[in-house]
Ligand binder design. Structure first.
Ligand code: CS2
Ligand code: MG
Length: 415
């Protein structure tokens, strides 16, 4: 099955996406998600200038050899741009292989281990009334697990909180009223202000109020988004123990993996880390010292199905489960790949699902369905996603950046 062509497709139906489409000699195509939020064109160029020329003429069935060829052959290994580009190639080749076999992709990954992938949605609100309204809306939509993010008294915009969502008003494209798109279009990143002490004082009361309103059973998640020192993370994890979180995410920047030992010493709140990681090497200490409970890497940024599958098999040795990243900057192609892998692996935990806009759904026609709080794959051969070039062409790329974060004294902080 010789590769005869590969196109790098950039479109922006409300937000930027980069998609790789590989074509083989009989005209069949496979899709891969190459979207790296805020750095999309870096991956597009890496693909079009450096990887696509290497793919033409290769056997599309040789997925592992292609992965190793692109990983080792670059000499300059790892990193989000490289691994997102490799992920796109890998996912497209898996899509092609499953199409050649006439099977939905999960059948090539071991077949179903479960009916569907339990998902969690993103509820948010500047204050408790909006947050409660958002949680109620997600429950009414059928979500069975919910991440909650709120504003912090004294601060303006903070991560994860949809701004300007008028309770009762329609959401973007008629979707969830409180959905939140972090990347803002414009020539420079938006600047946000942060005060960790105000945040640490505020969050436990929010979870107490949510538990009082919605009861003890509902799985609740929260994302600290890399902003705490290890001892602050320990303090937060300990303060949230009475509220029995499903997980607390990205409590502290984890380039230095050993700092999670300090957090683990103080709290039993489950920890999820890894959405900014992109290789198995980023997890070694976290796994071998049981420092986390869920792996956050998405297929799109972890070297594709080949890369993430290897990471999750390694994680299963330590009873660590998947918690695959799934905000709207993972495209419907990357999300579909996550669901095909998620229904098959033995250590599935939960899948993030922030609904894409209707405009995105017109560019990417996906068979993945939301049903009974789960995402379920379709039965078509491959990923079950088609890309509409005509609709995509109506949405040209627009530069957009993730915000940056500064402490109240003006010094840079983690966003
Ligand atoms: C967040 C992401 O979904 C999450 O857990 O951390 O929304 C993250 O902020 C974005 O993917 C950044 O592009
Ligand atoms: Mg996160």
């Amino acid at each position: 099955m010789k590769i005869t062509g590969a196109e790098v497709l950039v479109s922006s139906p409300g937000r930027n996406f980069v998609t790789l489409r590989i074509t083989v000699e009989d005209g069949t195509t496979g899709l891969g998600d190459a979207t790296l939020n805020g750095r999309e064109l870096a991956v597009a160029a890496y693909l079009s200038e450096h990887l696509v020329p290497l793919l033409i003429g290769r056997d599309a069935h040789a997925i592992e050899d292609t992965w190793q060829y692109l990983y080792r052959g670059a000499y300059w290994r790892r990193g989000p741009v490289t691994m997102t580009a490799i992920a796109a190639v890998d996912t497209a080749l898996w899509d092609l292989k499953a199409k050649a076999a006439g099977l939905p992709l999960y059948q090539l990954l071991g077949g179903r281990s479960r009916e569907g992938c339990l998902v969690y949605g993103h509820a948010s609100g500047a204050g408790l009334p909006q947050l409660f309204d958002s949680i109620t809306e997600h429950l009414e939509q059928g979500y069975r697990a919910i991440r909650i993010q709120t504003g912090v008294p004294g601060l303006g915009a903070v991560y994860g909180v949809a701004g300007g969502a008028a309770p009762g008003g329609p959401g973007r494209d008629g979707g969830i009223r409180y959905d939140y798109e972090p990347a803002k279009r414009g020539p420079l990143p938006a600047e946000e202000a942060w005060d960790t002490r105000a945040y640490l004082r505020h969050i436990p009361g929010v979870f107490e109020a949510v538990r009082n309103e919605f009861g003890p059973e509902l799985p609740l998640l929260h994302d600290a988004h890399h902003r705490l020192t290890p001892i602050q993370a320990a303090k937060l994890g300990k303060s949230l123990e009475p509220y029995d979180l499903f997980w607390l995410e990205d409590v502290t920047p984890a380039e230095n993996q050993s700092v999670l030992r300090r957090v683990r010493e103080h709290t039993t709140t489950p920890l999820a880390i890894g959405e900014v990681f992109n290789t198995i090497w980023d997890y070694r200490e976290l796994f071998e010292e049981q420092l986390i409970d869920y792996v956050r890497s998405p297929i799109t940024h972890a070297g594709g199905i080949t890369g993430l599958r290897r990471i999750l098999d390694y994680a299963s040795v330590y009873q660590i489960k998947s918690g695959v990243h799934g905000p709207t900057d993972v495209s419907p192609v990357g999300l579909a790949a996550a669901i095909h892998l998620g229904v098959a692996i033995p250590n599935f935990g939960i899948q993030e699902y922030m609904r894409h806009s209707a405009a995105t759904g017109e560019v990417f026609r996906s068979e993945i369905r939301f049903s009974d709080g789960m995402l379920v794959p379709g039965t078509s051969p491959g990923l079950g996603v088609d890309y509409d070039d005509v609709v995509a062409a109506a949405h040209p790329y627009e530069a957009a950046y993730l915000p940056v974060n500064r402490l109240l004294d003006g010094s840079m902080h983690d966003w």
